[in-house]
Design a binder for this molecule. Sequence first.
Ligand code: SF4
Length: 430
Amino acid sequence: MDGGLLKRFLGYAGRVLHVDLTRGKVTAEPLRKELAEGLLGGFGVNNKLAYDYAPAGVNPLSPESLVVFGAGPLNGTLAPGAAKIHVTAKMPLTGFYGTCGGGGGFALQLKLAGYDHVVVAGRADRPVYILIDGGDVKLLSAEDLWGEPTYEATLELWERHQGSSVVAVGPAGERLVKFSLTLVDNVATLGRGGLGAVFGSKNLKAVVARGSGEVEVADRERFMKTVNELRERIEKYPLRPLLAEYGMMAGWGAWAEMFQVPVEEAQRYFDPELFSSRVKVASVACPSCPFSCKFLFRESGVDVWAADYFTPLAAFGYAFQITDHSKILRITAAVNQYGLDMLSLSSLVNLVLELHSRGVISSDELGGLKPESNAETVLAVARLVAERRHIGEVLAEGWREVVRRFGEVAENGVATVKGLDVLYDPRRTY
Ligand code: SF4
């Protein structure tokens, strides 16, 4: 590959990496100036690259589909909170292009390795991972990692490539579950709509990036003045200590109010003192971010990384009346290890309870499970989906297939947009 492409604009690394998994070929091209100027940042350029390089009408799970990673001009600088990587792909759950953003260190490492974007095409004939190690880009065997849960695969790749950042898929993505996603550095979710399945369809277990370069800015003095001013403002932000301690949980009270959950009821699920002293092991921040909204927990001696605690508490705790933190953490770990979307899983578990109570599905179709509103049921359904067994084979196809199979009872059970369940039902929000 051409390692001599010049950096063309300050703030950008100046190169787009192309990886063809079918041919095992890696090339690079300069980032075109009109793209960088006209479509500022990772999100905009990503979509143009997908538009330019993906064939029209492509099947999201075919070799011709693309996964486009993008970092923007502020990634890799000291701009507070400029950490997110964007990924654009045609999503199997919706059949539409989607662009997702996730924290962690991937955007930083990609820029330091000398690339703004990575366009991944094709399908490897065996499981692989992509290693972007400065100017050196390789496809390496992931046969020993295939089937590994996301946390373990990431830990192993960190061990092999120390100081790197890892975007990895779990067993659900490998089995093309349409609401599977990827994790960035174990602490950030990336890819609602089935990015995990797109990885799986390409036999792609992970993308690993590590760099030692730097990102130059046009006017270092003025840039740092602005950065320092922003930092000072953030320091003085009254909610900063709360956000740094509890992450999104700082908004638990506001959420309860919005959903008309009585205060005492909301408090049953979240005790800030217990959370700080006994539940949380450490807060985790993305590079350059003064907030640390992500967490490391430990349950029965096992590390549990989490993008946030709010989502599992709302999607599993409140939804199924589970107040025991250790059970919430077991669910968080399992769902992340499989690489499933928590929100989609939560609404599907709810549907399973409804279908079973109406006699539409039997315990046999649930692998012998007698579903109840508890952690054991959530864990069992997550497993059936990730392994595509029994009812899990239908649920793994997402809401469109579930509605086709179960009709009105399923259709009325959730609000979806183009087959993807929405974060919060707007009819309850406003
Ligand atoms: S730590 Fe949280 S607030 Fe900071 S960049 Fe990451 S996701 Fe955003």
